[in-house]
Design a protein around this ligand. Structure first.
Ligand SMILES: Nc1ncnc2c1ncn2[C@@H]1O[C@H](COP(=O)(O)OP(=O)(O)OP(=O)(O)O)[C@@H](O)[C@H]1O
Ligand SMILES: [Mg+2]
Length: 395
């Protein structure tokens, strides 16, 4: 065997699992979304303020990451902060200010840079040795106490991007992820202060990404500060055909020959939610590889699904027990009817459900509990594995 061929074979044999879930996926594990990606990149480059909305785990953070990475290669200063990561408004302002001031600045220059840019508030900067041994600088505003102080601080921090872009003579792109959490800080005044600041920053593109569609939609409705602030992107599912082909190709590329239709079956079982698709593909790949096999088919997929359900069994069992009887009935009907027409008398009769208003309030409770979400005209379970468990293990 020629040496080159042998090396290639070895590489294939040792290939890592090509499917990733539970974290932001890098360019290599990213499927499709080219149109969304080009649009978001162009909008941010043009300094637009974009609202990016979708149900959970559709791939917002991954899309944003890919976009910011591309912009960073064009020398745009990029900053990304997860709003939901902070437990208070001041905590958020500290994290945001820190991220803004650190963009393109070595830690040693941070103090001077902060002094140059912040006018009415003084941060406390502390040098801390991080785990890796490198020094990290933490930033806080210990003197901020009253709500007036907080407002002044917010105005300063929200104005920072404009000042940084001007001082650096570079455009900026900022991602505020899990933006829906801003509503929990102190209501409308945060939105107002942020909106007032961003609309003056021509050279700074923003993407406000959020995963509670109803909350996010309310934020951009009339009479709210972000009404008509900029383009709204409602992220859809990835094209099912393209996602399926992408899956098949990745099995093949890592040395597992996939039976025809495997990718499509995965997408279908996972309700085409990107996270669930990648989870199912990842676990199937692992099982087949552990068995030392070279081919993978729909039977393997179902074996993996059964294993995963067994492992999650107790969790699902508990989740099920916590529901009221009415909610269980509605949830089971929702699974069996693929989330359609739940209020119709036909469906209610078939599944022995109570009146339409009772069904409606059960659905509302299930949505609140994040067990069910809306997908256009139908309802679906947020976790496709739980859906399968309900279909097979409940009566
Ligand atoms: N373009 C993509 N191609 C392939 N898989 C993807 C893609 N986008 C997302 N995924 C899968 O979905 C998972 C969730 O993605 P991500 O965290 O970006 O979603 P999100 O919308 O930000 O979710 P959340 O609302 O929970 O923050 C990823 O870990 C990955 O498995
Ligand atoms: Mg996210």
């Amino acid at each position: 065997m020629p040496f080159r061929v042998m090396i290639t074979l070895l590489t294939v044999m040792a290939a890592d699992n090509p499917f990733v879930y539970g974290e932001i996926v890098a360019a290599g594990a990213f499927a499709d979304r080219d149109e969304d990606y080009h649009r978001l990149t162009a909008d941010l480059r043009a300094g637009q303020k974009v609202f990016l909305i979708s149900p959970r785990r559709y791939g917002k953070s991954s899309l944003v990451r890919r976009t910011l990475d591309a912009l960073a290669r064009e020398r745009v200063l990029t900053v990304s902060v997860t709003v939901a990561g902070s437990s208070s408004y001041v905590g958020f302002l500290e994290a945001y200010a820190h991220a803004l001031l650190s963009a393109g600045t070595p830690a040693s220059r941070l103090r001077q840079w902060a002094a140059d840019l912040l006018r009415s508030v003084r941060p406390e900067l502390r040098v801390e040795a991080s785990e890796s041994g490198a020094t990290a600088v933490s930033l806080s505003f210990p003197l901020v106490r009253t709500s007036r102080d907080v407002e002044r601080l917010a105005a300063e921090v929200f104005a920072l991007p404009g000042r940084i872009a001007a001082a650096r003579k570079r455009p900026m792109a900022i991602a505020l992820d899990e933006f829906q959490a801003i509503a929990s800080f102190n209501g409308g005044s945060v939105e107002e202060a942020l909106r007032a600041a961003v609309q003056q920053q021509r050279d700074v593109g923003y993407v406000f990404a959020g995963s509670e569609p109803s909350l996010m939609e309310r934020m951009i409705s009339p009479r709210r500060p972000f009404y008509k602030a900029g383009p709204v992107m409602r992220l859809q599912k990835i094209d099912a055909g393209e996602f399926a082909a992408w899956l098949d190709a990745r099995f093949t590329k890592t040395g597992l020959r996939a039976d025809a239709g495997l990718g499509a079956a995965i997408v279908d079982l996972a309700d085409n939610v990107p996270y669930d698709v990648q989870r199912l593909a990842h676990e199937t790949w692992d099982d087949v590889r552990a068995a030392g096999r070279k081919t993978v088919g729909v039977d393997d997929l179902h074996a993996t699904l059964t294993r995963m359900m067994r492992q999650q069994g107790t969790v699902f069992e508990e989740q099920w027990q916590r529901l009221t009887l009415a909610q269980r009935g509605v949830l089971r009907a929702l699974v069996l009817e693929q989330g359609r027409e739940l209020l119709s008398s036909d469906v209610r009769q078939r599944h022995r459900l109570a009146g339409a208003s009772s069904v409606q309030s059960s659905i509302a409770a299930l949505v609140r509990e994040d067990i069910v979400m809306r997908d256009g005209p139908r309802y679906m379970l947020t976790d496709s594995l739980y859906r399968e468990w309900i279909a097979r293990r409940t009566f």
